[in-house]
Design a protein around this ligand. Structure first.
Ligand code: ADP
Ligand code: TRP
Length: 327
């Protein structure tokens, strides 16, 4: 039986890169046979947060976003990472069999250090906690965005180290990355990968004037509409393709390629993107308003999810404790 599992950090408002690169796959998997565990990685977020109130809000927003975007608590277990203390216990067990060298090779750690961040021990051992998340629920499939591939590989390695030392305790899961390249690296306003750390994001639930303002910030150039252009050099079309049918995108592209009086200007194309995105997330936006008004319901869903997740994680933890001689 398939058990899919994934986590997302509550380190900011979720953007359309998060949606097309990760969240959408999570939600689609709930309709396949098997179990689904999705959690808000609040312990991981603490490696970069020093603002308790903001963290609390982002945890709530992340839960609301998943539910609004279609996660069904009857089909998928949604919970907070820190509601399952067994995970931190398993993380310790994995840390005892993991070499420093493996963690020193982590790209995301090296990138953060290169950016000048003084790393905490928590940031260094981030992949160990992530491996515990993955292994604690006997997951068989881990859907993640492309940038998380190495972390999942490390979890596979750690399962191997522990099993090699103490017998078959952890299941080695497979990973799943969005197939389409366009979903692996959604561009941000400046054409770089969309990311909170680059300040180039479009919030999933943005609407009205603020949406218009943000879409207008998509970087273009000063060439006039009449000038024929190679549409494949314009990343604006990559954003458009997220929300519009391929045939519609192709039509716009053709007009831009030809140029002349019938060609749309960048403003025109941006207007189309704005309308398409507004419509794409319309139902989810409404559902978000309802959920925000019912904090108690969101909390109940998270608590019920945690109960189910703990039941599984404690079985796995007991298995690991026994195997290594602590029980
Ligand atoms: P950010 O880069 O904004 O901090 P996270 O690192 O929290 O985003 O990513 C959460 C999930 O969303 C990850 O699985 C990641 O691969 C995916 N993701 C983030 N940005 C993008 C993007 N621009 N395109 C596709 N997927 C993305
Ligand atoms: N590190 C992941 C991210 O930043 C979040 C995460 C934490 C995760 N634990 C996980 C993802 C376990 C998949 C499985 O996106």
């Amino acid at each position: 039986m398939q058990t899919s599992l994934s986590g997302i950090q509550p380190s900011g408002l979720l953007h359309i890169g998060n949606y097309f690169g990760a969240i959408r796959q999570h939600i689609q998997l709930q309709d396949q046979a098997g179990e689904n565990f999705y959690f808000i990685a609040d312990y991981h977020a603490l490696t970069s947060s020093r603002d308790p109130e903001a963290l609390r809000n982002f945890v709530f927003e992340t839960a609301v976003s998943y539910l609004a975007l279609g996660l069904d608590p009857a089909k998928a277990c949604l919970f907070r990472q820190s509601d399952v203390p067994e995970v931190t216990e398993i993380a310790w067990l994995l840390a005892t069999v993991t070499g420093m060298g493996l963690l020193e090779r982590a790209h995301s750690f090296k990138d953060k250090v290169a950016q000048g961040i003084k790393p905490s021990v928590g940031l260094f051992t981030y992949p160990v906690l992530m491996a515990a998340d993955i292994l604690a629920y006997d997951s068989t499939l881990v859907p993640v965005g492309k940038d998380q591939i190495q972390h999942v590989e490390m979890a596979q390695d750690m399962a191997g180290y522990f099993n090699g030392a103490f017998g078959d305790v952890f299941i080695r899961p497979e990973m799943m990355v969005p197939k389409a390249e366009s979903m692996q690296k959604v561009p941000g306003l400046d054409g770089q990968k969309m990311s909170k750390s680059y300040g180039n994001t479009i919030w999933i639930f943005e609407t009205g004037k603020p949406l218009k303002k943000i879409i207008n910030k998509i970087v273009t150039d000063s060439r006039p509409p009449q000038e024929p252009k190679d549409p494949n050099e314009l990343f604006l079309f990559d954003i458009m393709a997220l929300f519009a049918d391929q045939s519609e995108v192709d039509e716009w592209k053709e007009k831009v390629r030809l140029g002349g009086d019938g060609a749309p200007g960048y403003g025109h194309l941006k207007g189309f993107i704005r309308d398409a995105m507004e419509e794409y997330f319309a139902a989810a936006r409404l559902r978000r308003y309802e959920l925000i008004a019912d904090r108690g319901e969101v909390e109940r869903i998270l608590k019920a999810g945690a109960l189910k997740a703990r039941a599984r994680a404690s079985e796995v933890r007991d298995r690991a404790l026994t195997a290594c001689g602590l029980r």
